[in-house]
Design a protein around this ligand. Structure first.
Ligand code: ASP
Length: 312
């Protein structure tokens, strides 16, 4: 057992054997899921709460499915139905969850760091399902699993992460994971959507999409996150697509067998052209969703075994 932490709050700081362990276990869950078998004993009697302060389709349902496939009692709490709307603070919510004796807590929040705060206050193992612009660790793990299964490795690949890097927790988690596992990571996007000092994370920055894509093995597109923009950072969606939208012409700059990825939800015609998103050979976007269930099963499995409970 290589992952001895109580929580999964971020990819930053994880060591290659910890990531390797989660990916290997997730790979075995892909096979189990494809065979139609379940493993309902592992989390029998355990309670998993999905606490979502922000919308989600894929992440919430895949955690729910993963928990149920492993036999847990799964409860979904969303902001509109919880007392958060009545002014309950995050810490009161934590006390409530403790009283319910929750074992595994999956949290999504629009504030970076909210899952870390909860992890200090609840008895449960906390899994970050996306916090603000900070991290989305299970997304990076499912992306890595998709890449590893398709390309046979992660090390040595050139991965271009393109678009709205500034607001993307997916980009941050992927940058940490891919650089830790030995990929060459590039980020490509307009200067207004690029975080200052992103280069300090060991990535190469491009402000021209075609240059960023040249010779890439993997093209990872990001959603333009208008809901997180406080001012107008892009001229118009049409203009954005012209320079930063992935279409066949731009994709031709990447390697001929380059894979196209997107975490969803996609803005078709803004950051990605439908013909590319739905290309059955190049696009692995649907496969990413499948990998999401397996990765979340591996994470729940690993944390529920309770090794190293004193570790962060
Ligand atoms: N679903 C991903 C997230 O929650 C990506 C996105 O929303 O664009 O961060």
């Amino acid at each position: 057992m290589f992952y001895r932490r109580k929580h999964l709050l971020a990819i930053e700081g994880l060591h290659p054997p910890e990531i390797g362990h989660l990916l290997e276990l997730a790979d075995s869950y892909v096979l189990l899921n494809r065979s139609g078998k379940t493993q309902r004993d592992l989390l029998r009697g355990r309670t998993l709460i999905n606490l979502f302060f922000e919308d989600s389709t894929r992440t919430r349902t895949s955690f729910e499915l993963a928990g149920k496939r492993l036999g847990a009692d799964v409860i979904n709490m969303s902001v509109s139905t919880s007392s958060v709307n009545k002014g309950e603070t995050l810490l009161d919510t934590a006390a409530t969850l403790n009283a319910m004796q929750c074992d595994l807590l999956v949290v999504r929040h629009n504030q970076s760091g909210a899952p870390n705060l909860l992890a200090r206050k609840v008895d449960a193992s906390v899994i970050n399902a996306g916090d603000g612009t900070h991290e989305h660790p299970t997304q990076a793990l499912l992306d890595a699993l998709t890449i590893k299964r398709r390309k046979g490795r992660i090390e040595g690949l050139t991965v271009a992460i393109c678009g709205d890097v500034l607001h993307s927790r997916v980009a941050r988690s992927n940058i940490h994971l891919l650089t830790t596992m030995g990929s060459q990571v590039r980020v490509a996007g307009p200067p207004t959507l690029m975080p200052a000092e992103v280069a300090k994370f060991g990535v190469t920055v491009f402000h021209d999409m075609k240059e960023g894509l040249a010779g890439a093995d993997i093209v990872m597109m990001l959603r333009l996150q208008k809901e997180r923009m406080t001012s107008s950072l892009v001229p118009s969606e049409r203009e954005y697509f012209r320079f930063w939208g992935l279409d066949a012409e731009k994709l031709a700059f990447a390697k001929p067998d380059a894979l196209v990825m997107h975490p969803g939800p996609m803005n078709r015609g803004v950051e990605i052209d439908s013909a590319v998103a739905d290309d059955p050979v190049r696009s692995v976007i649907k496969e990413q969703v499948e990998m999401g269930v397996a990765v979340r099963m591996a994470v729940l499995d690993t944390l529920s075994r309770g090794d190293g409970r004193n570790d962060a």
